[in-house]
Design a protein. Structure first.
Length: 519
């Protein structure tokens, strides 16, 4: 048999045995008490028969003619670093590129997200947190369903912050139909993996290695991604960690707005993947909280013959909890804050708003927090008195019993905000631009999924609007539309960056209204 040792062209060159030895039949790789790896093999006696002028370091030979070479793990990040470490870091960087940072609960893109006031939603928050803490419960999935504007996202945000404070938050993903980076589930698993692996070296290494070995992992099915990026790394950790370490891992996974995922089939895939990979696998430590409108995917899974009916804990938000008193508290508190900051002495009066005003608004809201939130945004406009703007809202409130028709008031509110914005725009704009045409074109272009069109500045350029025209178009729509500063990168010159503005409707219900109801 030819010698495995290489001849040296220079005297006293240092040659190490390869990590994987092909000599002999039995190879034993065990770790000794100083962290070195013992590579043991039975070799033929003629191993070094013709070799000369070489040195093998850390070699030990025992009476059984077994050869031992210590391998010390490399901690260097230079040229001598282990290839597995380098591959893992490269894979982790690819994972970061596939994640959706806008979907995190504390994302800068979601600045000042809706959340519950301290004395509101107390019962439902307590119910969710009790379920979250009960790790012995067999129902490891909680599904909260509720109508548009019922406060699901505010509850998810509040629960996320509480879980983070307690150190049990594993990952969050807030879907939004108006944000192209998080209106599909394509980045869900990568974003989950990023958050779960960020604070755990072993998980991060395992996840990075998976991606390094299969850079196309993110183009594969959601189930494949979940199995390789979440289940397998956690399985490895469970086999190589103490029980106390495992129990201390963050375990809360929150997904908000499943209905905001643009493809219903993908919504169903999210639920089935969670069921197959995380719920059926009893070794997975997670407790998963999903909030959604009761649309087809989640509704069919939760019904009596659905596959999640027995395994999921279901909170039908709109049916189980009456939000009237909570909405009353929120309206009173926020309007009083607006009044104290106003220069109008009428608004600073302790009698504003009146109890009757609040009662009218609460009846119109009919349990929908989105109505209250929209009223607050409209009244808070600093260009005019909050007293006058509140009176405008009250004049729009229909006289019918809104407890029976919860969305009539909301539609009426949206209609009047748009009509008022139209009047203000056309009164101040002398170029003859049609407000409704511009606004609807803007929203339709956003639906086209051409990412560069999501810049409001780019759309203004396309429609040949001056910058002041663009500002006027949205000035009276701030209660419905968020104006988000962002950065545009030239496709022809990647070094050219320009500050632009991107618009985003506050609620999916606003988009549905503007596209379907308002003509």
């Amino acid at each position: 048999m030819a010698s495995k040792a290489k001849r040296s062209s220079k005297p006293q060159s240092q040659v190490k045995l390869p990590k994987k030895l092909d000599i002999g039949q039995n190879v034993d790789r065990t770790q000794n008490d100083i962290g070195a790896v013992n590579v043991t093999t039975t070799a033929p006696t003629e191993l070094f028969s013709n070799a000369s002028k070489f040195v093998v370091h850390n070699l030990h030979v025992d009476a059984s003619q077994s050869y031992y070479q210590h391998e010390f793990p490399s901690t260097s990040k230079g040229p001598g670093a282990s290839s597995s470490h380098i591959d893992s870091e490269a894979g982790w960087k690819l994972l970061l590129n596939a994640a959706a940072p806008n979907a995190l609960y504390n994302s800068a893109d979601r600045f000042d997200p809706p959340k519950c006031d301290e004395d509101t939603r107390v019962e439902v928050i307590q119910e969710v947190m009790d379920w979250m803490h009960d790790r012995e419960s067999l129902q490891r999935l909680l599904c909260m369903t509720g109508a548009a504007g019922s406060g699901k996202s505010a509850l998810q945000q509040t629960i996320s912050e509480r879980c983070s404070k307690e150190g049990i938050l594993g990952s969050t993903f807030f879907l939004s139909s108006t944000d192209p980076t998080r209106n599909t589930a394509s980045a869900l698993i990568a974003t989950m993996a990023y958050q779960l692996g960020s604070d755990n070296v072993e998980l991060r290494r395992e996840m990075g290695t998976v991606v390094a070995e299969d850079p196309l992992i993110f183009s594969k099915s959601m189930k494949t991604q979940m199995e390789k990026l979440i289940v397998a790394p956690f399985g490895y950790l469970q086999g190589n960690s103490e029980e106390s370490e495992l129990s201390a891992l963050p375990y809360a996974i929150l997904i908000d707005g499943l209905d905001e995922c643009t493809d219903e089939e993908r919504q169903a895939e999210v639920l089935s993947t969670i069921n197959e990979c995380l719920l059926k696998n009893k070794n997975m430590p997670f407790r998963i909280f999903i909030a959604s409108r009761p649309e087809w995917a989640i509704r069919s899974a939760l019904k009596e013959d659905g596959y999640l009916h027995q395994v999921a804990y279901h909170i039908p938000l709109s049916d189980k909890y009456d939000a009237f008193s909570d909405i009353q508290r929120v309206l009173w508190r926020r309007l009083r804050e607006i009044g104290r900051k106003s220069s109008d002495p009428r608004a600073r009066s302790p009698s504003w708003p009146s109890k009757q005003d609040i009662a009218v608004l609460c009846r119109a809201a009919s349990g929908q927090f989105i109505y209250a939130a929209t009223v607050i945004k409209f009244v808070s406009d600093k260009r005019s008195s909050p007293v006058d703007r509140l009176q405008i809202v009250l004049s729009w409130t229909p006289d019918t019993n809104q407890r029976m028709k919860p969305f009539t008031s909301l539609d009426h509110l949206y209609t009047n905000i748009l009509l008022r914005a139209k009047e203000e725009y056309e009164a101040s704009n002398t170029d003859g631009h049609d407000f409704l045409l511009l606004f609807r074109v803007h929203q339709l272009m956003k639906r086209a999924h051409w990412k560069w069109m999501f810049s409001a500045t780019a759309l203004s350029w396309l429609l040949k609007l001056e910058e002041t025209d663009h500002e006027q178009l949205f000035w009276d729509l701030r209660s419905l539309v968020a104006i988000v500063p962002t950065t545009w990168v030239s496709a022809s010159n990647f070094s050219t960056m320009k500050a632009v503005q991107r618009t985003s409707l506050y609620q999916k219900s606003v988009r549905s209204f503007t596209l379907l109801s308002f003509v």
